[in-house]
Design a protein around this ligand. Structure first.
Ligand code: PNS
Length: 183
């Protein structure tokens, strides 16, 4: 957890919390994070430690991947949380929850979540950013499905994540079968 949240936040400027399962983190997530740094001074990637979801990667593995990917980005903090997101956000003093929207199909789920979070804490707002066109078909769920069946996910997730997926699914590390629009 982020220590000394009040003090940290005071020095941090405008902060957004970017919550999610990140199971695993994709270039779709990374695109949102990088673009959001044009608006916010700091972005906290808040990885949900939610047992109900039965993730492929443990919370430690998801934290390790995200920390590694953003190791050279001082304005990106990687953290985990348990329980209600609004309680976590309240501890950081951030006022904005950031979420990516890929398509209208995301909207209903996101609308419910944002409305519930707002009813739990009226001081919080959710800001949505449209995913870039190169990644709007990318989700952690489809990445896992494709990788499990031996399809290439290079270019859709960082190389580190490609390697971790191959290790998880016990696939040869040399396998390369790119998926793209022309396939
Ligand atoms: O990447 P995901 O799985 O779409 O992220 C969903 C997440 C983790 C942001 C959401 O499930 C969440 O905030 N979980 C914490 C529990 C909570 O606060 N639930 C109430 C919001 S409706």
């Amino acid at each position: 957890m982020v220590e000394n949240k009040k003090g940290v936040n005071k020095d941090m400027g405008k902060v957004a919390i970017y919550p999610g399962s990140f199971d695993p983190i994709t270039y779709g997530h990374i695109d949102i994070i990088e673009r959001s740094l044009e608006i916010f001074d700091k972005v906290i990637i808040a990885i949900a430690d939610n047992m109900e979801k039965q993730p492929l990667f443990s919370i430690e593995e998801r934290l390790q991947m995200a920390k590694n990917i953003f190791k050279d980005s001082p304005n990106v903090i990687v953290d985990s949380f348990k329980g209600l997101l609004v309680d976590y956000v309240a501890k950081t003093n951030a006022k904005v929850i950031l979420r990516g929207l890929r398509a209208t199909s995301d909207f209903e789920y996101e609308f419910h979540m944002a409305s519930m979070n707002r009813s739990l804490n009226t001081h919080l707002d959710t800001l949505f950013m449209m995913t870039s066109k190169d990644y709007f078909f990318v989700s952690s769920r489809t990445i896992k499905e494709v990788a499990k069946l031996g399809g290439g996910v290079e270019g859709l997730v960082p190389d580190l994540v490609v390697r971790r997926l191959k290790e998880k699914f016990k696939l040869p590390v040399t396998k390369k079968k790119q998926i793209g629009w022309d396939d």
